[in-house]
Design a protein around this ligand. Structure first.
Ligand SMILES: [Zn+2]
Length: 224
């Protein structure tokens, strides 16, 4: 990923989530010359997933990869847009577990990410302390409004954002965060811009009892 500046070797447009493409079609073959970094869009064009037929032969993809990596290696830090931090991994999140990806960001920095999961996950971007607090939530189970009256501003803000009216969302409290999205399986591209300097945590929650396999792609790009 770093050798490619977290950027697709075909369209070479920075600041998009990327995927690993196996050039010869064999997902077990992770040799250097079989792996190309592609954005989701180009990946679809190459594999023909979008029913458009394949637009590039394996040989052509390899040529693009080699040329792009060469350019990335030769260009200085500032000549080609590069992320400040990046994550690309596939992992198993056990049932009723969560996974955190912390990023140090300055005001204006942008986190661009996508996930690709085998089952639904909730995604939240929040402060580290809020994750800890939330993870300890079972200790003092004070759900909503048990009489404290005045200051339960937290709960009723953005509870009904998306189309989640299948009832059981209510017993899935999320930590207070800057951004959240529920029931995500296969990603679109998500973007989050930090309003102030700080350590932000990308939190993935698996509410299900079964483990979920997820591929996370995330990169932080300098603001401006
Ligand atoms: Zn691309």
């Amino acid at each position: 990923m770093a050798a490619n500046r977290h950027t697709c070797c075909l369209c070479q447009q920075p600041r998009h989530p990327v995927e690993k493409h196996h050039i010869n079609g064999d997902p077990a073959d992770n040799a250097w010359d079989n792996l190309a970094v592609l954005c989701r869009n180009c990946h679809g064009l190459v594999t023909g997933k979008n029913n458009l037929g394949t637009s590039y032969t394996p040989g052509e993809v390899l040529q693009y990869k080699i040329k792009w990596e060469q350019r990335c290696a030769e260009a200085g830090e500032d000549e080609i847009d590069s992320p400040i931090a990046e994550v690309h991994e596939t992992k198993l999140i056990e049932g009723d577990e969560h996974e955190v990806y912390p990023f140090d960001m300055e005001a204006g920095d942008e986190l661009v990410f996508s996930i690709d999961a085998s089952d639904c996950l909730d995604i939240v971007i929040c402060d580290e302390e809020d994750v800890d607090e939330w993870a300890d939530r079972d200790d003092d189970d004070d759900d909503e409004g048990d009489g404290e009256g005045e200051d339960d501003e937290v709960d009723d803000q953005d509870d009904e954002e998306d189309e989640d009216d299948d009832g059981d969302e209510d017993d899935r409290p999320l930590p207070e965060g800057y951004w959240h999205k529920t029931n995500v399986i296969t990603g679109e591209e998500y973007r989050f811009v930090a309003e102030e300097d700080g350590r932000y945590v990308l939190l993935l929650i698996n509410w299900d009892e079964e483990a979920t396999e997820v591929t996370v792609d995330a990169a932080v790009w300098k603001g401006g």
